[in-house]
Write a protein that binds this ligand. Structure first.
Ligand SMILES: C[S@@+](CC[C@H](N)C(=O)[O-])C[C@H]1O[C@@H](n2cnc3c(N)ncnc32)[C@H](O)[C@@H]1O
Length: 300
């Protein structure tokens, strides 16, 4: 059996590292929240620039990622506090520390390569482990439970709305047919089922089940609800006037929410009118960076 991610070094490579560092305009003494600390890639760099005197608060919904962040950031560390939570709980996390605001907030949304590489979570197409797809497996329902209980119409809606999957109805009806015989329990089973359902009608550049996995992950983690709440309610509340927020998104559903929130002129002044994207060198070295968009705004 392969070792779990907890027993291995992190494999995730942070995206847009130079652009994040520059746009956060870091200096010693600042308080910074890394709202999706992951394996601590961005945080490691941030911590270096805010010492001495700075404070880094790292948040992640996934306890496995917090273990990796703790290793990368040498926790216990006097300038670092890690919290297992959703970033929507940030006002409460700050209140516990008697803080009302922070100077910088970074969020690098979505999935880490370390989660993708963990065979026990169901994020990768060839994983034989349970089809879970939750960031925090202690709450909510798994993707396997969702597939077992929704109607064909509801499944098609999820695939279309959260994956923009063009073959949503065909795939939903294949799922309902298949589960009559036996439940869809693993990522590998789902990936195989989708591949047979769409034949080779999808884009040749990606696995036929890419959008289905994205849609299910977004659904079980209620990702868009968390992102919307974070950018609309939480960020304006916690970033001090003159402070900065930097958000990296990986698909248009998330980017639309960030763009709309930063457009509110009474709250934010955007640093660049267009989102920053990866250089051709980074795209070659880190294929995950190809769909990354970084938007940065200053709290007015
Ligand atoms: C792309 S990774 C972050 C990688 C990190 N920037 C690094 O350099 O190592 C995204 C992380 O966000 C976490 N996450 C997703 N939704 C979250 C939420 N609502 N609140 C907190 N963390 C979340 C995931 O568990 C994952 O570890």
């Amino acid at each position: 059996m392969r070792p779990s991610r907890r027993e291995q070094a992190a494999v995730h490579q942070p995206v847009l590292p130079y652009e994040v560092r520059e746009s956060l305009n870091l200096r010693p003494g600042l308080s910074v929240v890394d709202a999706t600390v992951g394996a601590g890639g961005h945080s490691f760099e941030i911590l270096h620039h805010i010492q001495p005197g700075g404070l880094l608060i790292g948040i992640d919904r996934d306890p496995m990622m917090l273990d990796l962040a703790g290793q990368a950031l040498h926790v216990p560390h006097p300038c670092v506090a890690l919290h297992q939570s959703s970033y929507v709980e940030l006002p409460d996390i700050l209140a516990e520390r008697s803080l009302t605001g922070v100077d910088r907030v970074l969020a690098d949304l979505g999935l880490s390569s370390d989660q993708l590489a963990d065979e026990t979570r169901g994020f990768s197409f060839d994983a034989d482990g349970p089809l879970d797809l939750r960031f925090d497996t202690s709450s909510g329902e798994s993707a396997a439970e969702l597939l077992a209980t929704r109607s064909a119409d509801e499944l098609a809606r999820i695939l279309s709305e959260y994956g923009e999957e063009p073959f949503s109805e065909r795939i939903a009806s294949a799922i309902v047919d298949s589960r009559r015989n036996s439940p869809i329990a693993t990522a590998k089973e789902l990936a195989g089922l989708v591949t047979s359902a769409v034949l080779n009608r999808g884009k040749p550049s990606r696995h036929p089940a890419t959008l289905v996995f994205q849609a299910l992950r977004i659904a079980v983690n209620e990702e868009l609800q968390h992102v919307a709440d974070f950018v609309e309610r939480v960020l304006p509340q916690v970033v001090v006037p003159g402070g900065r927020a930097a958000i990296i998104t990986f698909h248009s559903l998330e980017d639309r929410l960030v763009k709309r929130a930063f457009r509110q002129k009474q709250l934010w002044q955007t640093v660049t009118s267009k989102p920053l994207t990866a250089s051709s060198v980074e795209r070659r070295q880190n294929p995950r960076s190809r769909s990354a968009k970084l938007r940065v705004a200053v709290r007015t």
